[in-house]
Each structure stands twice: as C-alpha cells, then as structure tokens.
Design a protein around this ligand. Sequence first.
Ligand code: NDP
Length: 521
Amino acid sequence: MAQNGGAPTYTLSEGCPVADPNTAQRVGSGPVKGLILLQDTQLIETLAHFSRERIPERTVHASAVGAWGEFQVTHDVSHLTSAKFLNGIGKKSKVLLRVSTVGPERGYPETVRDVRGWGMKIFTEEGNQDFVFNSIPVFFVRDPIKFPSVNRSHKRNPASNLPDSTMFWDFHNNNQEGIHALMQLFSNRGIPASIRHLNAYSGHTYKLTTDTGFVYIKIHFKTDQGIKNLSQAEANKLAGQNPSYHTADMRNAIENGDYPSWTMYFQVMKPEQAENYRWNIFDMTKVWPHANFPLQPVGKLTLNRNPENYFQDIEQAAFSPSTMVPGIAPTADPMFQARMFAYPDAARYRLGVNYQHLPCNAPVSEVYTPYQRDGKFRYKTNYGGDPNYVGASLKQVNFKGKVGANGFSPGGHEEWVGTVAGYASDVTNEDFVQAREMWKVLGRSNEQGDFVQNLVGHLGSALPQVQQETIKMFSKVDEGLGADIKKALSSNSYSLAIDSLPPFVNATSPVQTLRTSQRCT
Ligand code: NDP
C-alpha cells in the first residue's frame, strides 16, 4: 500500500494516484462551476462501484451473526472416525461460525421467532469440514421437493409482500410431518436470548467411518452458557429498540473477552441397531431419544474473534453439507442429499464458481484441483501448464508426473437395491408421537401455557378456516392442547372459524394479516 507519512494514500483501484479523493472534475472558471466530466475516472469508478456493492442476498438465512473461533477435541473418538481433526485429545482447529435467522431478509429484527441456522466451517489438515445445522433438532419437512415451499410459506405473501400467517399455517396444516418442528419453534426456544444461549443440532443422521466400518451419528452442540430465551413481549420490544440485538450481544461478549463456548456431542448408533429401530433414521423430522442413544462428549467450540469486516468474513462465507473430510460421510437422508446439491449451488450463484478461493472459505490445507479451472474471479492459481484432463500421461512443462490420488478408504457403506419410482412420504400417527413427547417436556418445565400464547400470537392473524385446521392438527398432539389454543384464540380476540369467509385464494389482500378482531361464530 502506498504510504503517506504512515497513513495510506488514496489511489484508483488500478493503483493510479489521484490528486484529491474528495473532488470531482467540473468545467468552469468562477466560483460557480459547471458540468461534470465523463473523463473523471475517480468519480465514475466511485459511483459505479457503489451501485455494485451488494451481491445477491441469500434466499434463506440472509440475516446473520458471525465470529471466528476454535474447536478443540476433549474426548477420544478414534474408534469411531478417521477424521484427523477429531483424533488427538487437545487438538485444535480454526473455525468460522455464522448463525442466521431463516426467513427474514438482511436487516430484519434479529429477535424474531424463527429457527436459527448454524453454518460452521472447521479448517482442518484434510480440508474443510462444514456443519450446516439448526437450532432445533428436527425439520419441518423430510421430502426435498417441499424444501422451497416450506421456506416460501414462512416468508412473504407474493401479492401483499407481507409476512402471512395464513400462508404459513395453510402449508403446515397440509404437510403435518412438520408438527414436531412446530412444537420446537413455538416453544420458548423459538426466540433465543442471544446466539450464545442456543443449541445446534445436525438434524440429519451422519456416518462416521474408519478403515473397518461405520456408525451412524447425530451431532449436538450444547451451549455452555445455558439455554436462555426471550419472551415474545421482550422480543417485540427489542425488535423496535435494537433490531441488531443479537449481533451487538455477540460482538460485545467477544470484545469483552467473554468467549462463548459449546460442547459437541455425538449420539452413536450401530448399523444393526438402525435396521429395527422404531424411527427411520433418515427422516429428519425425528430425534433419537436420549434414553436410547445417550450423548457422548467429543470436543469444545469457542468463539474468540470478531469478524475483521462483516462482508469479507461473514457475508462471503459459504457453507455446505457436502463439504466433508475423510471419516465423516453423508447418509441416505433425502434432505441431506438434496442440501448437498443446493448449498454449493447457492454459493456458485451468489459468489461465483470460484467462491472457495475467498479468504473466509479457503482451506488451510493444500488444494490441488487442476480439473476445475477458469471461471469468473479466478483469484488464485489456475494451475499453469498442469494437465487439465483426467488420465494425462504426457509430462508438461513444470509438471512432475501424473496426478496422484489420496486413496483413503471411504469406510463401509449401505447397499441399496430397488426400483426407481416417484415417491412422497405419507403423514401417519407416528409423526405425532415425538411431538407429544415434546409437549410433555414443556409440561415438566411448566412452559405449556407459554407455548399456547406463543402460538396464538402468530396463528391469531391467520384466516379463521385455516385456524380451525391448525387446531385440529394440534389436537392430534394432545386434545387439551387443541382446546387450549381454541380458548386462547377466542379470549384474545383473535379470529376463529367463519364458514362464509372467502377461500384462501381470495384472501391474499394485505388486510388479512392485520385482521385480528373477528370473533368465533
Ligand atoms: P428427554 O426427555 O431426555 O429430554 C428432553 C430434551 O428436550 C432435553 O434434553 C432438551 O434437549 C429438550 N428440552 C428440555 N427442555 C426443553 C424446553 N423447555 N424447551 C425445548 N426443549 C427442551 O429427551 P428425549 O430424547 O426422550 O426426547 C423427548 C422430546 O424432547 C423429543 O420428542 C423432542 O421433541 C425433544 N428433544 C429431544 C432431543 C433429542 O435429541 N433427543 C433434543 C431436543 C429436544 P437438549 O438436551 O438438546 O437441550
């Protein structure tokens, strides 16, 4: 950088010096100057760059808090996985963590009720390991064809551009496999007090592999700060007073040396246990009850450094369930498989095909991918004259021979045999069993009343006929819960069934999301 008595000297982005960065060239001779000139590269460049400052916003997970940190192994898991970053008690790896709301756009208040996405990149000697988890242990759908739909229903009405509880509940009434996730979202954990006070869960079943075989696991990060939530009223107040409340909390904590940490646990299942287990382990609407598969501690994540620059470190960060090191492997969970495509695809669209070269994403291990070349923004090496096709035998200038392969053992895997067919899962009574367990958990912590209030605060602005269906759905979890929701809706002046109301398609006017005063007929 050009220096000027210790201070940086402003230049154009091509490096050429400018006389004064505060001026624009104009024609004129007196105190009142005339026209601006097109030849003023400094002005043109400044304006043109400003218009291009924004990159495409993530369709989901746009608003986020991020920080750097480290992961340290605390327990021996070498019998479960060959992943080198998990082998060796005390071993440390650099980490980037980005925790986001899902539905809202960037700048939306951070204390909204929503799932939090947990994008974590561990920079290991064997390449990056990404964990793209959630703050609840289950998800709303298990069929990837529904993935865009569930997200759209949680976002804005396409006509009114308003968040729309009718749309939200209409989707869930007709896709009731999401009932377990809804039990989590409308529990008090749906609004964490801060990012430091929430857990994260893999949701998906993963595989851990060694040279000799594999096990299935679910991964949990449990906050060492303890779970802490905001009431809906506190969250609403903060949304107005300090929409960036969670960002400020994290920055301040790290700035003050109060480093948040999480303990990482595995639940471990042997393949033969999976064969006859009550729950389909590839269904991400289900947990593995702790009593069946207890949590085993693995290591500790600590956040200890704020981003140097938000755009550089956090906005440009890209995480994918497909980014895995040897010793960790995907499973047949269809949502897992679909996300392995969708996340890098989103990054290619948002950041360009060479997004892995950006400093926040670049592995600390050596990278050699000469069959991936060129493309927009080739920031780093383009491999000179190395072979750009597989199986090259000719020795090129500056190239020492054939491209080698690591040849690591991928471990054992399942065998799948069957006929190709279109498939969509059915909702059955089994989908309500774990939701019912969650209702009991809330009973033990005396939070059932909060749950009902949290729920009707949202459901109350949906159309009455949609509310009726939602009440029926929650009645399948617990008859009393359904009755409580019905009672709370009517006593809070929220709307209830009016059979003569227009059908949903006619109800997309902005007014419907504001309508809270219709009474039950
Ligand atoms: P337990 O009955 O042994 O424990 C319930 C779990 O629920 C706790 O470990 C805790 O998860 C979570 N929990 C506790 N209090 C609350 C609360 N007030 N609000 C929200 N979540 C709370 O668990 P089981 O494994 O037998 O599962 C029972 C039900 O608990 C499940 O059906 C599921 O709905 C829910 N649950 C289960 C989890 C699992 O992985 N097994 C994880 C989270 C919830 P944590 O320890 O992760 O904080």
